[in-house]
Structures are given as structure tokens and as C-alpha cells.
Design a protein around this ligand. Structure first.
Ligand code: ADP
Length: 613
């Protein structure tokens, strides 16, 4: 079938590729809008709950100042006495470190300070807390009499997520102007393990541990929560049962307020609106560090590449013909887009859920639109083309049948009437001869179309005269012109030689002349003229008529096989729409080109620009 269909198919695929790329870009863009970010977080929380790690024995414990402790020690003002008591009670169990999640920045003359100092003096690896001053202008540090007992002062600035109140991560550093502090949990972990930090833009290295935490990302680290929670013993409980102190043996203690009334309570992806005290949150960050359970973000370039690959797969699925293949393909890609984040999470990689899912869905929607708009439209065109192809085949068969009938009839007459007069017999024989030649010529033309378009046609390379060629064509076309009372004139031209296949070239020129005659009303004129443009070695050869003409859109299609303009069909002139496609191929094979100038109702000029020999 026509290769116009082939090129349209090709065009449709180019469209598909472009649309798939565009929907990927769109999906990536949408994934990083506020809404996309929010949905990503939801998906993260979902996976986070789904992929709860196997429970472990936490290395940390919370020394809690709970409601009971507060009421026993006279409210928040009794907190320092309570803490001192608690530390005194656990000291014999020799905890590995004590991180105090209380800001002890004021009240240097509090009567409870000396007892707390005494308790601090007995504490190994004491880490105190500081918080950012409003506007990050400096640090709210512990008063000097406490500070001197601490091996480090870590920050406990609460920086909740921008979009919801859920704490998923914590920055490992905060800076007030040029004074940078590590997080309380990090300082505690460093103190317990006697480590220092070496920084790089991508991570923090302490001993043999590399903490993936990019500077460009604010050095945040995602917190993994201990599945069974961090054990908690309150100071009031210790008062009642001092033997509970044994639970603190060798542990890293996080001391802080857990009372529901205190404001320092955060939500976690697990919490389902039940809040977690800040001190327990720091303990969980410590567990994350101690167990090296780091969740890293998938590289953005990899996410982008995978998104393009998903869209490509959707594109391939939609370029398949079978509906079930397309549907299965599309469903598999959507499932794949869900599996990637889940599998990545199993390997401690946080793969954003939105880009892949949105790419798959947008690509499917776009591919459906593509199918409907482009492919079905092409199908309609292909159908009409097929129709036209069939009609021209019928026409061709009809054309072939006419000479065959004449040959058959004449030969029958000759054999039936043996006593036919000699002159009658000769007349019949001549007719048979002429008709069979016509038949051969027609078959030759049809075969040429197929062979030329299949690229199997060997072209002759002979030298021939342009003048002779034009003369022959005019002589052949003259009877047609006469029948339609059209003047067919050959203008003066300079004789020149061409090189190529003389017969094919004659076919081309003759075709232009017969078209000009066919598509012109009686009483008009067809002029054939040639110039030897010796300067660039090209010979423009033009056939000009005063016929029905064509508009620009029609001109752009007349070289397609089987295409005929509406005006041509209405003219009543028989045609197949094949001629010009052969002409174009012949001219192209000769290294020439063809130009068409036409105006509806005014006429057309077909110019072959040929190479001189
Ligand atoms: P056909 O057998 O239909 O003449 P062609 O391939 O030779 O097939 O031409 C294709 C179509 O181009 C024609 O059907 C007609 O619509 C248009 N055409 C060709 N030559 C002319 C012309 N001189 N004037 C107007 N229309 C033309």
C-alpha cells in the first residue's frame, strides 16, 4: 500500500514521543508544587508505617518529668530539684551519658541550683541543651555554673515541617549567625562514642559512620522511631521505687518533660494525632544515629530518568495494536510506579511517590488522547485512501479490459469467418496489434509505479535530445487537445541534451501535458516552454495551462498516490491519481525537481527543473 500511510504512521509516532516527553515534564513540575509536596509526604508516612523496622532493644531511656513528678515537686518551679533528685538516684547505675532536654539559661540564683550542680558533677558525659534566640540572633545557653559540667551543649530547636505539624526529620545542625551547634542527640552520640565530626557538603563523618545529610538540605536527618517506643521512667516513680534505677545502667539517658501539659510535644508519622514528648523525639534521633538507620533521598536525576522511562513504556504500550496489550502494559507501568517507592524504602531509600505515579497517569491520559485524536483521524484518512486505491484499481482493471475486449472480439471474428476479405482481415490484425501494444504500455506503466516506489527500478543512463522528447510528447498529446478544442503550443526553445532514461522522462512530460489538457476547459491554451539556463546547468521545462487550478493545500498533496482534487473529480475526467507520483519519482531519479504554481480557476504551471547533460 501507499507509503504516504507509512509516513503518516511515522508522524503519529513522532507525536506520541513528543507528547510522552511533555507529560513527563509536566508531571515532574507538578510533583514539586506545594500540593505535590504534600502528597509526597502522605505517601512517605504511609510507607513509613508500612515498613516498620523490626523492634530492637533501645540504647536510650527517658528520665521523665511527668505530671506526677511536677505535682510532687511543686510544678515547673520545682523542676531543677526534681532533676537533681532523679540524677542522684540513677547515678549508682552508671548511665553512659545524660542529655538534659531542659533550657537552663536563666535564674542563676535559684535556691535549687547548688543541688543540681552537685548532681551534674557526678554525671558522666553530661550534655546540656540550648535553643535559638528569637530571630536566630544567638543562643540561649545554660548558665555558666551548669555549663562547666557539660561535655557538650546541643541544640534542641524545634523546627517542624513546613506543611504539617508532623516531625519526620530533624536538622543535625542549627546556626545563629556564625555560631553553629550540633543537635542534642548528635552531641550525645558523639560524646558516648568519643567521636568528632568531619564535614563534607554531602555528609557528616564520625569515626566509621557516614551520616548522609546534605548541607544544601539544611543537614536534616530522617528520624526512625523505635517500634516499641523508648523506655521511660519518671522521677516520681524512682522516688517510689528506687530499684528502678537499675534500668538506667549503661544507658544513654534523655531527661526532660513528658507531662501532657507541657507544650513540648510533637507528632510523628506513627502518632495518628497522639503527640510525642520532645525528649523522646531526641532519644529516637539518637537511636537512628546509634543504629545507623539512615534513610537517604533517591537522587533527583535518577528519579527523572525513571519517570521518562515510565512514560516511554506507556508510549510503547499505546503503540501496540492489541487493546488488551495496551491495557496490560499501562496497568503494569502504574503498578511499577507504586512498587518503586516501596522497594526503594525497603532499601532505606526515600523515593518520591508523586513523580512516577503522576507521570504514569498523565502519560496514559495523553496517550489516550493521542489515540483518539491522531490515530483515529489517520485511520479515517487511511480508510478513504484505501477506498480510493480500490476505486483506481477498478478503474485500472476497467481500462485494461477495454483493449482486451477489442482483441478478443477481433480475434474471434478472424477465426470464425475464414472467408473474410483480405483488407478486412488486415484491419482486424492491425487493431489487435494496436490494442495489444496499448495494453502492454498500460501494464508497463502500472509495473513502473510499483518498481519505482519499491526502489527496484534500474534507470538507464542515456543521452537524449530535449527537442525530440518535447516534439514526441506534443505529437502524442495533440489529438487529445484537438478533441477538447485546446491549443497546445510548443514555444521556441534552445536545443539541449539531457541524460537519463528517455522513456521515463517522456512518460513524465507527456503526463504533465495530458493533465494540463484534462484539467482545462475547451477554448483555452496549453503552452510548453523550456529554457537552457546554462549558467547553473539547469533546464527548466514548464507546462502551463488556463484550467481549473488548485489551492495551496491541494498542491501540497497532489504527489501523494491516488490523491485527486475535488475539482478534478467533479470535472468528469477519468484519472487514478497515480501519474504525478510517478512523475515526481522519475524527476527525482534524474536529480531534478518539480515546482507547481497554481491558482483555482486561473490555471497551473508545472515546472520540471532538469539537469543538462
Ligand atoms: P490523475 O490520474 O488524477 O490525473 P495525477 O497524479 O496525474 O492523477 O494528478 C493528481 C491530481 O492532481 C489530479 O487528480 C488533479 O486533481 C491534480 N492536477 C494535476 N495536474 C493538474 C492541472 N494541470 N490542473 C489542475 N489540477 C491538476
Amino acid at each position: 500500500m501507499p507509503d504516504a500511510g507509512q509516513s503518516r504512521k511515522h508522524k503519529a509516532y513522532v507525536w506520541l514521543v513528543a507528547l510522552m516527553a511533555a507529560s513527563t515534564v509536566m508531571a515532574l513540575y507538578l510533583s514539586w508544587t506545594a500540593l505535590g509536596y504534600q502528597l509526597n509526604l502522605q505517601a512517605y508516612d504511609f510507607l513509613f508505617r508500612l515498613e516498620t523496622p523490626a523492634p530492637w532493644q533501645p540504647g536510650s531511656i527517658v528520665l521523665a518529668i511527668d505530671e506526677e513528678t511536677l505535682s510532687r515537686y511543686g510544678g515547673l518551679s520545682g523542676m531543677r530539684t526534681a532533676l537533681a533528685d532523679g540524677l542522684e538516684k540513677i547515678a549508682p547505675a552508671r548511665p553512659a551519658a545524660v542529655a538534659v532536654d531542659l533550657i537552663l539559661a536563666d535564674d542563676p540564683n535559684n535556691p535549687a541550683n547548688p543541688v543540681l550542680e552537685a548532681a551534674f558533677a557526678k554525671t558522666t558525659n553530661l550534655v546540656l541543651s540550648c535553643d535559638l534566640l528569637p530571630g536566630s540572633t544567638g543562643w540561649e545557653d545554660p548558665i555558666p555554673q551548669f555549663r562547666k559540667y557539660a561535655v557538650a551543649v546541643g541544640e534542641v530547636h524545634a523546627d517542624l515541617d513546613r506543611f504539617d505539624a508532623i516531625s519526620r526529620d530533624l536538622p543535625l545542625e542549627e546556626a545563629a549567625v556564625h555560631d553553629r551547634r550540633w543537635a542534642l542527640a548528635l552531641d550525645t552520640w558523639l560524646a558516648v562514642n568519643h567521636l568528632d565530626i568531619t564535614e563534607s557538603p554531602d555528609d557528616l563523618v564520625a569515626g566509621s559512620t557516614t551520616i548522609p545529610s546534605r548541607r544544601s538540605n539544611g543537614r536534616i536527618l530522617r528520624v526512625r522511631y523505635a517500634p516499641n517506643g523508648i523506655p521511660r521512667v519518671s522521677i516520681a516513680q524512682l522516688d517510689r521505687d528506687p530499684s528502678l534505677a537499675s534500668k538506667f545502667a549503661g544507658k544513654v539517658v534523655f531527661a526532660g518533660v513528658t507531662a501532657q501539659t507541657a507544650s513540648d510535644r510533637w507528632m510523628t508519622p506513627y502518632s495518628d494525632s497522639i503527640t510525642m514528648p520532645g525528649v523522646e523525639f531526641h532519644a529516637n534521633l539518637y537511636e537512628t544515629l546509634a543504629r545507623r538507620m539512615f534513610l537517604v533521598d533517591a537522587p533527583i536525576t535518577l528519579v527523572t530518568i525513571v519517570c521518562f522511562a515510565l512514560a516511554a513504556l506507556i508510549g510503547i504500550a499505546f503503540s501496540l495494536t492489541g487493546n488488551w496489550q495496551t491495557n496490560t502494559g499501562a496497568v503494569l507501568v502504574v503498578i511499577g510506579a507504586q512498587l518503586i517507592p516501596a522497594i526503594a524504602f525497603k532499601h532505606s531509600v526515600v523515593w518520591p511517590w508523586m513523580p512516577g505515579t503522576l507521570t504514569a497517569l498523565l502519560a496514559i491520559a495523553t496517550a489516550i488522547a493521542w489515540r483518539h485524536l491522531i490515530v483515529s483521524r489517520q485511520l479515517v484518512r487511511a480508510e478513504t485512501e484505501k477506498d480510493r486505491y480500490q476505486r483506481s484499481m477498478q478503474f485500472a482493471i476497467h481500462e485494461l479490459r477495454t483493449p482486451l475486449t477489442a482483441i478478443q472480439g477481433s480475434s474471434e471474428l478472424i477465426s470464425r469467418y475464414g472467408s473474410m476479405p483480405e483488407n478486412k482481415r488486415k484491419e482486424m490484425a492491425d487493431l489487435i496489434n494496436a490494442e495489444s501494444k496499448r495494453l502492454a504500455r498500460m501494464i508497463e506503466t502500472f509495473l513502473s509505479v510499483e518498481r519505482l516506489s519499491a526502489g527496484q527500478m534500474e534507470m538507464k543512463q542515456e543521452r537524449f535530445s530535449l527537442g525530440d522528447l518535447l516534439q514526441r510528447c506534443v505529437t502524442r498529446a495533440q489529438p487529445l487537445a484537438n478533441a477538447k478544442r485546446i491549443a497546445l503550443d510548443l514555444d521556441d526553445f534552445q536545443e539541449t541534451a539531457l541524460i537519463g532514461d528517455c522513456e521515463l522522462m517522456e512518460y513524465a512530460v507527456y503526463n504533465l501535458m495530458t493533465n494540463a489538457i484534462k484539467y482545462s476547459p475547451p477554448g483555452t491554451r496549453v503552452i510548453v516552454f523550456a529554457e537552457d539556463n546554462s549558467r547553473d546547468g539547469r533546464v527548466p521545462l514548464a507546462v502551463q495551462d488556463q484550467g481549473i487550478g488548485m489551492d495551496k493545500k491541494e498542491v501540497s498533496r497532489i504527489f501523494e498516490k491516488f490523491y485527486r482534487t475535488r475539482r478534478a473529480e467533479q470535472s468528469g475526467e477519468a484519472g487514478t491519481g497515480i501519474g504525478l507520483s510517478i512523475v515526481e519519482q522519475i524527476v527525482a531519479q534524474h536529480g531534478g525537481s518539480i515546482q507547481v504554481d497554481s491558482e483555482p480557476g486561473k490555471g497551473s504551471r508545472f515546472t520540471l527543473v532538469l539537469k543538462r547533460a
